[in-house]
Design a protein around this ligand. Structure first.
Ligand code: ADP
Length: 274
C-alpha cells in the first residue's frame, strides 16, 4: 500500500492570532514495501507530519493518500478506523501507553477494539509476543513487572497485532542503551524484510537513517529540503550542517582523511548499502 503526500500544509490554530505553520507544501511518496526515514532537527515538523500518516491530523491544504483513501481539508472522513488499522504508529515511549492488568489483555486491546474476535486476538498476541523477542509464557503477567525495554516490546507487539500494512516508528529507540537500540532497530529491519512491511522511521538519528533506510526525506522548518538515498544525502555534508543535522562519524572520518592526505575519498565510507 503506497502512502503519498501531495502539497501538504498544516497550520496549528489556523485562523487565530496564534496560528503556526508547521508543514509547508510537502510532497513525497512512500511506495509499498520501502523503508523510508524522515529526519530533521527538533521543530522541523516531523511529529506533525507523522500524525498525517494515519489521519490523526488532516492537512490544512493538500492531501494525503493512504492506499485507496484520500484525506484532505474540508471533507469529513468516514471510517477513519480502516485507515488507522492499515497504518500502525509506534509513538515515542510507547510503553507509557500500557494500562491493562496483563500483557495478553494489552496486546489484544487494539485488535478487539477494531472488531477482531477474542479468540483471534489471543492467537495474534501469542504470535506477536514471540516475534518481538519475548516468550508467550509471560502473557499472563502484568506488563508493569517487565523492564523498560521489554515493556516497549509489548507495546510494539500490540501495534503489530493490528496487522498494519504500514508501520510508522517515532524515535523508537529513544532512551535505550546502545545494545538495546541496535537490537530493536534490527528487529524492525527483519520485520520489514520478511513481511515486505512498508516502514517509516521518524528520527533525528542520522546513523539509524543511514543504516536501515532505502530513502531519506529531510525536513527543515516544515519544508522538505531533500529526498534521496543515504549515499546521496551524506555526500553533501555541508548541507546537513545547514539543516542542523549531525554529520555521521563515517563522513567525519572521510573528511578528516581528505584534509590530511589532500586526496578525495568520495564514496569510500559510504558503501554500507552496497
Ligand atoms: P518535530 O517533531 O520535528 O520536533 P513538530 O512537528 O513537533 O516538530 O513541530 C513543528 C512546529 O510546529 C514547531 O515550530 C512547533 O513549535 C510547532 N508546534 C508543534 N505542535 C504545536 C501545537 N500543538 N500548537 C502550536 N504549534 C505547534
Amino acid at each position: 500500500m503506497d502512502v503519498s503526500l501531495q502539497q501538504v500544509e498544516y497550520r496549528y490554530a489556523a485562523g487565530s492570532p496564534f496560528e503556526k505553520k508547521a508543514i509547508r507544501g510537502v510532497t513525497f511518496t512512500i511506495p509499498s514495501g520501502q523503508y523510508v526515514a524522515i529526519i530533521g532537527h527538533t521543530g522541523s515538523g516531523k511529529s506533525t507530519l507523522l500524525q498525517h500518516l494515519n489521519a490523526l491530523l488532516k492537512p490544512t491544504s493538500g492531501s494525503v493518500v493512504i492506499g485507496d483513501r484520500t484525506v484532505k481539508a474540508g471533507r469529513k472522513e468516514k471510517d477513519l478506523k480502516s485507515i488507522r488499522q492499515k497504518v500502525g504508529i509506534v509513538f515515542q515511549f510507547p510503553e507509557q501507553q500500557l494500562f491493562e492488568e496483563s500483557i495478553l489483555k494489552d496486546i489484544c486491546y487494539g485488535p478487539m477494539n477494531f472488531g477482531v474476535s477474542e479468540e483471534e486476538a489471543k492467537e495474534r498476541a501469542a504470535y506477536w509476543i514471540e516475534e518481538v523477542g519475548l516468550s508467550k509464557d509471560i502473557l499472563d503477567q502484568s506488563p508493569f513487572d517487565l523492564s523498560g525495554g521489554q515493556m516497549r516490546r509489548v507495546a510494539i507487539a500490540g501495534v503489530l497485532a493490528m496487522q498494519p500494512d504500514v508501520l510508522v516508528l517515532d524515535e523508537p529507540t529513544a532512551g535505550l542503551d546502545p545494545r538495546g537500540r541496535k537490537e530493536m532497530m534490527d528487529m524492525f529491519y527483519r520485520l520489514h524484510k520478511e513481511r515486505k512491511l512498508t516502514t517509516i522511521l521518524v528520527t533525528h538519528s542520522m546513523e539509524d537513517a543511514a543504516a536501515y533506510a532505502d530513502k531519506i526525506v529531510v525536513l527543515h522548518k516544515g519544508k522538505k529540503v531533500h529526498e534521496g538515498t543515504p549515499k546521496e544525502l551524506f555526500s553533501d555534508a555541508d548541507r546537513l550542517a545547514e539543516w542542523g543535522l549531525g554529520v555521521p562519524e563515517v563522513v567525519q572520518f572521510q573528511r578528516m582523511l581528505e584534509q590530511k592526505t589532500g586526496r578525495t575519498f568520495s564514496g569510500v565510507c559510504l558503501t554500507m548499502d552496497e
